[in-house]
Design a protein. Structure first.
Length: 119
């Protein structure tokens, strides 16, 4: 089983900030894209932001201007900087690493980290 090192979640007040990080093991191969997703009870996991090896990013409208995704290829790590957090950002956040080999794509998920935004 692939083990990611995912951390940074916690309890924060509205308007506060958190930085999530996720490090992938080296044995999954070359990562072509990173993604951060979140999930609340009873709902499907939804995309928050993603970034490819060329640092092209895509962020959903609900977090634009507040969340920033980044990564370091050498450290095999992605971060999600979350600013001006709102109560509706409360969720379990998951990182996803996608590898590509001969046009075959494989997706690996982190174990998730809980973010609670509450006064």
């Amino acid at each position: 089983q692939v083990q990611f090192v995912e951390s940074g979640g916690g309890l924060v007040q509205p308007g506060g900030s958190l930085t999530l990080s996720c490090e992938a093991p080296s044995d999954i191969g070359l990562i072509s894209e990173w993604g951060w997703y979140r999930q609340t009870p009873g709902n499907q996991r939804e995309l928050v932001a993603r970034i490819n090896r060329g640092h092209f990013t895509d962020t959903v409208d609900s977090v634009k201007g507040r969340f920033t995704i980044s990564h370091d290829n050498n450290r095999r790590t992605t971060w999600l900087q979350m600013d001006n957090l709102k109560s509706e950002d409360t969720a379990v956040y998951y990182c996803k690493a996608t590898t590509e080999f001969n046009n075959q794509y494989t997706h690996y998920w982190g174990q998730g980290t809980q973010v609670i935004v509450s006064a």
